[in-house]
Design a protein around this ligand. Structure first.
Ligand SMILES: [Fe+2]
Ligand SMILES: [Fe+2]
Length: 325
């Protein structure tokens, strides 16, 4: 590592607690739009640490409506410990149980395409919250290295940007704003179930849910393209899809890291079906994810994220259940 890079890593290491406090302030901000702006500010601040730009007060650089959002953070008691539940504005469309959402349709009508975009925007907003939750809940508790924070700040910033771009697309399509239609909080519900374990959070959210996103996104892109909404198709294809691959890769990278550091694994091991990391991964999915993984899998995108089939194919088979009747 060069001296300059050493200084930069050192500056970020010294600022981990300040980053965790910011993550909590973002969790506690009710508006998703403001959460996304605070996320972008934090990404700028984190990336500038150890450089000459650090001298610039990031509060003076942020968007007008979030300027000062992080001022006096050290004395905010609610940011001193883990935020268990994020704040979210109640919105017009209402938050519904994931099993009770209306069908989005196949993109053949204007209303269906708008409903799909709204649902995607909602998922992105939750994904942004989940990235901050990972930092504020587990980062210091598990003594994670600077690279972990780098990856999750990037992840939060990508998801916040995806949310903003999709919300803008909704407005261009005539919706007054994100939040007018119903949305579900399924991602957060599953996150609650992995609040006790960083390994389980990484596996379930990033290696199961986000990888599933890679499987279905090409079909969603096609729905928009086939029905003449090229701007939405292009946004999903050129921005969201490639960045989601990096998120799955981060989940897998840090799961492997923790398994080698704390789980008795070996960082140099070959990841075959019988290796301890892959077995531990399968065990986590089987105990925290109901049912089998749904094929067909997008093997190409998964491979780009480092997922060879040994990680997921054995999980596609339903476990054998003895019929007691
Ligand atoms: Fe995303
Ligand atoms: Fe993502």
């Amino acid at each position: 590592m060069s001296d300059v890079e050493d200084v930069r890593v050192g500056a970020r290491a010294k600022s981990v607690h300040a980053l965790v406090m910011r993550a909590r302030a973002i969790m506690l901000e009710p508006s998703c739009a403001r959460k996304a702006k605070m996320t972008a500010m934090t990404k700028r601040w984190w990336s500038s640490l150890g450089t000459r730009e650090t001298a610039i007060d990031d509060d003076s650089m942020g968007d007008a409506d979030v300027r000062g959002a992080f001022r006096g953070l050290e004395s905010r008691a609610e940011c001193a410990s883990v935020v268990e539940e994020p704040a979210r504005d109640a919105f017009a469309g209402g938050v519904v149980d994931p099993s009770k959402t209306r069908r989005l349709g196949n993109g053949g009508t204007d209303a269906s395409r708008t409903a799909i975009l709204h649902s995607l925007a909602s998922i992105e907003s939750w994904a942004m919250i989940l990235a901050w939750d990972c930092i504020q809940r587990f980062g210091e508790q598990r003594a994670m290295p600077v690279g972990f924070y780098d990856d999750f700040v990037d992840l939060a910033s990508d998801e916040g940007r995806h949310f903003e771009l999709l919300a803008k697309r909704l407005e261009e399509r005539g919706l007054e704003r994100y939040g007018e239609l119903e949305a579900h909080d399924g991602l957060w519900r599953t996150a609650r179930e992995t609040a006790h374990s960083l390994e389980a959070r990484l596996v379930v959210e990033h290696c199961v849910h986000e990888a599933r996103g890679l499987d279905v996104l090409p079909t969603t892109i096609m729905k928009f393209r086939r029905n003449g909404d090229e701007p939405s198709a292009t946004l999903l294809e050129n921005v969201v899809y490639p960045e989601e691959i990096t998120h799955c890769a981060s989940g897998l990278r840090w799961f492997k890291y923790l398994h080698a550091r704390d789980g008795g694994g070996d960082a140099t091991e070959e990841y075959s079906e019988s290796s301890s990391a892959v077995s531990a991964f399968h065990e986590i999915v089987r105990s925290h994810f109901r049912g089998a993984l749904k094929p067909p899998f997008n093997d190409e995108a998964r491979a780009k994220a480092g997922f060879t089939p040994v990680w997921y194919e054995p999980l596609a088979v339903k476990p054998f259940v003895v019929d007691k009747a």
